[in-house]
Write a protein that binds this ligand. Structure first.
Ligand SMILES: C[S@@+](CC[C@H](N)C(=O)[O-])C[C@H]1O[C@@H](n2cnc3c(N)ncnc32)[C@H](O)[C@@H]1O
Length: 197
């Protein structure tokens, strides 16, 4: 499943990327500075949007080796220096306070243990540093949320563990990260979060 998911991911996302997601990526990624950790970087879809002059160090951690191969190619195509690690967000192989910013896009829906992932993000981020996320989440609309609940068991099997109905904002608040931005799109199905550690 990991290989199949990696091979179709960019193609499946293509129409949404063109229509809208690429613009959101540019908006949130182009302003990032300093030492940055990107979690679950997948095929490197965010890489074209980093402002090279502002980035002192860019580190990527991703468990899927097939995604990592594509991300390496994308970094090279974009002339971007990236330090790649194969691993899981639940157990980050980095020191406390190593990064200015930790970013993840469309990842928290798929991790096995969101509480542990937020704890790890907080740990590796400097005091006063930022956690930046763009995620699809459980919507506040009761009828849509019921549909998300219904679809999630099959969706998880098709999309490498992805939950349509995960309340990522709640996990983020419960972790003690201070929420400083929460911008909702499409009835709150997609949300941009920014938190301060
Ligand atoms: C839907 S893809 C998103 C990829 C990329 N971030 C993007 O915006 O296109 C989800 C990614 O999260 C990764 N992932 C899943 N579980 C993870 C975990 N526990 N730790 C880190 N990454 C994980 C997957 O391998 C996959 O690359």
């Amino acid at each position: 499943m990991a290989k199949l998911f990696a091979s179709v991911y960019d193609t499946l996302m293509g129409p949404l990327e063109k229509r809208w997601i690429a613009r959101v990526r540019r908006k949130i990624v182009s302003g990032l500075e300093g030492e940055i950790l990107e979690i679950g970087s997948g095929t490197g879809a965010n890489f074209p949007y980093y402002s090279k002059g502002n980035v002192d160090r860019l580190v990527s951690i991703e468990p899927n080796p097939y995604m990592l191969d594509q991300a390496r190619e994308r970094a090279e195509e974009n002339g971007l220096q990236v330090e790649f690690h194969k691993g899981m967000a639940e157990s980050l192989p980095f020191r406390d306070g190593e990064f200015d910013t930790v970013i993840a896009t469309l990842v928290l829906c798929s991790v096995k243990d969101p509480n542990q992932v937020f704890n790890e993000m907080k740990r590796v981020c400097k005091k006063g540093g930022r956690i930046v996320l763009f995620e699809h989440v459980r919507t506040e609309s009761k009828s849509l949320a019921a549909l998300q609940d219904f679809l999630t068991p099959a969706w998880k099997r098709l999309c490498d563990g992805c939950h349509l109905n995960r309340d990522t904002g709640r996990y983020m608040r419960e972790s003690g990260i201070e929420m400083i931005k929460e911008k909702k799109y499409f009835k709150g199905i997609f949300v941009e979060y920014e938190g301060k550690v």
